[in-house]
Design a protein around this ligand. Structure first.
Ligand code: SAM
Length: 362
């Protein structure tokens, strides 16, 4: 089972102790090609925020076994030892052909290659802003939820609230619970709702159409959701590339980073428990990391197979997503077993955004 167990936790502790401050990584040492040819980089030096994204991609796309001196390879590769890809267990994968676009939703983007920015939103006469700016990739997990009129929706990790707001803009949910483990981040959701929803307190909060919740998603126990979005904490690759403040690739956050897949698995597992039979869970990250993406879905499905009587079907949205190809560049589906991945391109600069749609059958 690809799960962080006691042993791996110990290994992480040991390695962090041995390398408390990794040496600065020299960018000139690094190129994918030369790394593959020489394969002799001291990977412990690679924990450096400036090059975080490219390095993580390197670590996670190159099977450790192909690299000479793999025993010295960065800890991420340890996950592969636990990610048993060959075990057969009951996963139903069903193709989905339709991608319903809610009638009331308006989403705007520029055409391919047009790199113009949007103006900042302005307040209208109702004193709320006229639109919410977000990465185009973030639209897809919400559309994949396929929210229908009257649905009760949980956004398990929802701060600052962009995807919850989008779900609300379909005008379909009868109730949306916007949850986040962090109190200060729940306050941010509150502030987004106040800025973008007319008469938030009276028309949305007091009527129960929106509930703000401040819980650890792993321990939530409300069982009647039709749709659950699990937009997990992840390495936020685009953000990590541009922002040094509190960057998840900082040496001081190594342990937290390495434990992300375990946290992600627990959140997804809980969501699949909470959703109604016939309901849909969408798991999403804004990372390119195969471990945090298909890896987490894989280990969650395996856990469900081993420990519960639930039956989960994975929805292969490839046919449905064909209609969005003019806007998004997707990773080759042959490289992904369960989900879909929007890859940033110069001309279609959205994402990264991984999403996987799961339906609870039993
Ligand atoms: N869905 C949000 C949006 O579109 O605006 C972005 C969510 S962000 C990627 C992940 C969020 O998960 C963070 O706000 C973080 O505080 C929250 N989080 C982390 N651990 C959590 C947990 N155990 N339970 C619930 N939320 C958690």
């Amino acid at each position: 089972v690809f799960r962080i167990d006691e042993q791996l936790n110990e290994k992480i502790d040991e390695a962090v102790k041995e390398n408390p401050t990794p040496k600065k990584f020299e960018a000139k040492d690094f190129s994918l090609k030369s790394s593959l040819e020489k394969a002799e980089i001291d990977t412990r030096r690679m924990v450096d925020t400036e090059n975080a994204l490219s390095m993580e991609v390197l670590h996670e796309y190159i099977p450790a076994t192909k690299i000479k001196g793999k025993e010295d390879f960065i800890l991420e590769s340890s996950h592969y030892n636990l990610y048993d890809q060959n075990t057969q267990f009951g996963v139903q994968i069903e193709k989905e052909f339709d991608f319903n676009f809610p009638d009331h939703l308006d989403i705007y983007c520029y055409e391919e290659g047009n790199k113009s920015g949007f103006e900042s939103p302005k307040k209208s006469i109702t004193d709320v802003y006229n639109y919410y700016l977000m990465d185009g990739g973030s639209v897809l997990p919400v559309l994949a939820l396929d929210i229908k009129p009257g649905h009760k929706v949980l956004d398990m990790c929802s701060a600052p609230g962009g995807k919850s707001l989008l779900a609300l803009q379909t005008l379909y949910p009868s109730c949306i619970v916007s949850n986040d483990v962090s109190n200060s981040r729940v306050n941010r959701i509150d502030s987004v709702y106040n800025q973008f929803l007319f008469d938030f307190e009276e028309k949305w909060l007091k009527t129960g159409k929106i509930r703000l919740s401040n819980m650890d998603g792993r321990y939530m126990e409300e069982y009647d959701f039709d749709r659950i979005l699990v937009d997990v904490p992840c390495t936020t690759d685009r953000h990590s590339l541009h922002e040094n403040d509190n960057n998840i690739f900082k040496p001081s956050r190594v342990k937290e980073r390495l434990q992300l897949p375990e946290l992600q698995r627990q959140l997804l597992f809980q969501a699949l428990k909470l959703v109604k039979i016939g309901g849909v869970v969408v798991y999403s990250t804004c990372s390119l990391s195969p471990i945090q993406n298909d890896g987490v879905v894989h280990m969650t499905l395996k856990q469900i197979w081993e420990e519960t009587n639930m039956e989960i079907a994975v929805k292969d949205l490839s046919p449905a997503l064909l209609q969005t190809r003019r806007v998004y560049k997707y990773a080759d589906k042959n490289l992904l077993r369960y989900g879909h991945l929007v890859i940033p391109q110069m001309n279609q600069n959205y994402g990264p955004m991984y999403f996987c749609k799961l339906k609870k059958i039993k």
